[in-house]
Design a protein around this ligand. Sequence first.
Ligand SMILES: Cc1cc2nc3c(=O)[nH]c(=O)nc-3n(C[C@H](O)[C@H](O)[C@H](O)COP(=O)(O)OP(=O)(O)OC[C@H]3O[C@@H](n4cnc5c(N)ncnc54)[C@H](O)[C@@H]3O)c2cc1C
Length: 393
Amino acid sequence: MDAKQNIVIIGAGYAGLTTALRLDRKHRITLISADSHLTQRIRLHELAAGRPEVTVPLKELTKDTGITTVRGRVNAIDLDGKRVHTEDGREFAYDTLVYALGSRTDTGVPGVAEHAYTAEQAGDLRARLDGGSGELVVVGGGLTGVEMAAELAESYPAWRVALVTGGVAGAGLSEKGRRHLARTLTRLGARMHEGTRVESVGPDGVRTDQGVLAADVVVWAGSFRVPELAAEAGLAVDDRGRVVVDETLRSVSHPDVYAVGDAAAVQLPSGTHRMSCAAGMPIAAHAADVINARAAGRPAEPFRFRYLLQCVSLGRRDGLVQFVHGDDSPKERILSGRTAAWVKEQICRFTVTALKMERRRPGTYMWAKGPARRKAVADGRVEARRSDATAAR
Ligand SMILES: Cc1cc2nc3c(=O)[nH]c(=O)nc-3n(C[C@H](O)[C@H](O)[C@H](O)COP(=O)(O)OP(=O)(O)OC[C@H]3O[C@@H](n4cnc5c(N)ncnc54)[C@H](O)[C@@H]3O)c2cc1C
């Protein structure tokens, strides 16, 4: 068997593009995206701080590949009829669907949607901050919030930056890593309010469980949320709406659908993968390998992956490279300062370089592989879940 398929990929972020570019070009490949470019989301805080451009045209990334790119917003998936619908009334039939709609900042906390900026509004945020001054509150102590606070504090010294978080900033880092992060934020003039939960955002600031913090501008960098389309269509999803996939990255409810990137819930021996390019691009590359293998009648391999690093930019001249164990837990070893800033920049560049490499020679992207989840379940190291019941075929 060596079947040519009609493969539709929805979403042209890092994950959708990785899958599209790595698929065998004998297939008919259609990439549907709301935008005509890749937004380098990992640079959105840089855009807010004045970087002129963070997009790459899809035309450039898919040139000479035979991939059809379609600009359109997907608003429904008919899983029985195997069709994708776009807002403008078009429909696209598929044999195999790759769901890669990614995520956005969750704006569910009261007042956030009305009164706060998110990374997705980085261009508007820059326009608001440019030439102004006042109190600027960044909410969220995850790596996105930390990167945003550092970048804005460095680029807009006339704004007094505060980072507010319910827990500690950089909770997944080692103690050494957290210390460097706190030191750098302080050096850049940012104040930290840890252990302070924000309950709502208003026009004059944020209401927290410790009282009100006045702000002229609030930037919300809480958790990510995925589109509801998968759940609405009837795909099996987890409690955060991510598509539940088996170890070959195929939907556990609909075997002709694969899910990749932030929109998927991929079970690793350490739990569900972290929403990140670091995991999302390997997932997307492996999904392409599985689709290629199955179309050619070869067995599909289970996804294997291990984390290596967490890289944090702290402005343009400082950063943190946190070495981690395969399960993403921190080692004590870190790199910091300009060296770390340089490493982080190379990694950001590499995400686009990797796509360009796949365009020229599909199959070139590689990643660090850990044990298969199946083995971890069999060894009793992790508890079995619904997705483990659907073995690779
Ligand atoms: C400021 C910031 C910094 C970050 N830094 C890092 C980092 O250093 N390292 C790291 O690993 N991760 C980082 N991340 C996370 C990383 O950006 C995401 O995990 C990654 O972008 C996920 O890739 P994806 O392709 O799954 O989704 P996305 O990049 O979100 O792409 C999804 C695509 O789908 C399109 N789309 C969505 N809905 C529809 C629809 N209905 N119809 C058509 N198209 C649609 C979107 O327009 C988009 O093009 C950062 C995120 C932010 C915001």
